[in-house]
Design a protein around this ligand. Structure first.
Ligand code: DNO
Ligand code: MN
Length: 392
């Protein structure tokens, strides 16, 4: 028997302009949510967890996955109050399990969560997509932030393109760029002023890849026994984009990183959020092969497609038409599920701003109702077709 993926959507809670009924109408049965009103690092009490759960269930859905329980910056740098924050994290995991929620997404990206330079990049068909423009990031780093040593991180061509952009950009363009990088995208727990960002960067002095890998390992050393005891599956989200930015190390971008995570902390509860849109930005990531290799440790899935070019730019394409070989990825996921005799929670990740959503103010870029509904429907169609054709 083929196991189908559990269809979920992210819901930002009572303030989300996309309602639980919208999500049900899109056909999802599960919700991915987090308690963003609780300060980063503090314990999520059983009461607060239960309140959110009851709200979701009153809407006829189930709370399938937490995305994310954020990892406090002090844990990533192992400074300040990090011991207390790790203790709090453990308590939150135990509380979630006590309320019946067992899949937890998190990420270990320094300072910035996912990053884009443009949130409404117009496609030829008029829909809007999220985009990452390399020259803008380089311009920000080199010419706005003026980070020491930044010029060593880029090629001469990249620096020329960045200067060209900077010289021709309007003040509004530069303001948009600064806001998009510093304010944080939906789900990010932190936003920064220029000065705060600079100070945050300073906290990573002396922390390169091996140090950050080590801090992740030490964090998991403490967290995993609690996860195992409570049946909680930890699912790390990859870096987005999957390479270093602003000189900050990123350590969950490739198959090699995935392998290292499991070698450093062997545990059935240690695993991944397999986000095709993030991993797929790198041409050297073979996505179906990654699902095959790490299938036993994939606990949660994000499906969307990015399209990249040779200059390091990418945008979020339709779910089936980007660089992600979506049919092959879904076929591998279905094989994993059959082998493990389970359904894995999957969400369509982001979608385009399109149709009636174009006229609406966008509260959560990437998280519009219609674009995600379209993505989910396309994914569901691929899955049904593969099963019907006997591919799995
Ligand atoms: C990126 C997305 C993001 C992600 C955030 C919060 O691929 O999935 O919305 O959820 O990084 O963890
Ligand atoms: Mn994702």
């Amino acid at each position: 028997m083929a196991y189908k993926m559990e269809q979920t959507m992210r819901w930002y809670g009572p303030k989300d302009p996309v309602s639980l009924m919208d999500i049900r109408q899109a056909g999802a049965t599960g919700i991915v949510s987090a308690l963003h009103h609780i300060a980063n690092g503090e314990v999520w009490s059983r009461d607060e967890i239960r309140k959110r759960k009851e709200l979701i269930e009153a809407g006829g859905l189930v709370w399938s996955v937490v995305e994310s329980v954020p990892v406090h910056e002090n844990i990533k740098t192992r400074s300040g109050d990090y011991r207390r924050f790790i203790e709090n994290y453990k308590q939150t995991l135990a509380n979630l399990a006590a309320e019946g929620i067992f899949t937890v997404c998190y990420n270990f990206m320094p300072i910035l969560d996912w990053t884009r330079t443009e949130l409404a990049w117009t496609l030829p068909n008029g829909a809007k997509a999220l985009r990452f423009e390399k020259k803008e990031v380089v311009a920000f780093d080199l010419l706005i932030l003026k980070r020491k040593g930044a010029d060593l991180d880029y090629s001469a061509e990249e620096i020329t393109r960045a200067r060209d952009f900077f010289e021709n950009a309007s003040p509004a363009d530069l303001k948009r760029l600064q806001d998009n990088i510093l304010k944080g995208l939906p789900g990010s727990e932190e936003g920064y002023t220029m000065e705060q960002f600079q100070n945050a960067l300073d906290t990573y002095k002396g922390i390169g890849h091996s140090e950050l890998e080590n801090h992740l390992r030490l964090f998991l050393d403490e967290i995993l026994p609690i996860a195992e005891k409570n049946g909680v599956r930890m699912a790390i989200h990859p870096d987005d984009p999957p390479f270093d930015i602003f000189g900050l190390p990123r350590v969950m971008s490739t198959a090699k990183d995935m392998k290292r995570l499991l070698e450093d902390n062997p545990s059935p509860n240690n695993g991944f959020t397999f986000c095709t849109g993030s991993y797929g930005v790198r041409a050297d990531n073979d996505l179906p092969a990654m699902v095959k290799e790490f299938g036993d440790h994939i606990h949660f899935i994000h499906l969307r497609a990015t399209r990249r070019d040779a200059e390091g730019n990418f945008y979020e394409d339709d779910h089936l038409t980007g660089d992600v070989p979506m049919e092959a990825v879904i076929a591998e996921i279905l094989k994993v599920q059959k082998h493990r005799k389970i359904s894995l929670p999957m969400r369509p990740d982001h979608g385009h701003q399109m149709l009636d959503d174009i006229a609406k103010p966008i509260v959560n870029p990437g998280y519009t109702a219609i674009g995600r509904l379209k993505g989910l429907a396309e994914i569901r169609g691929v899955e049904a077709g593969l099963i019907w054709a006997g591919a799995v």
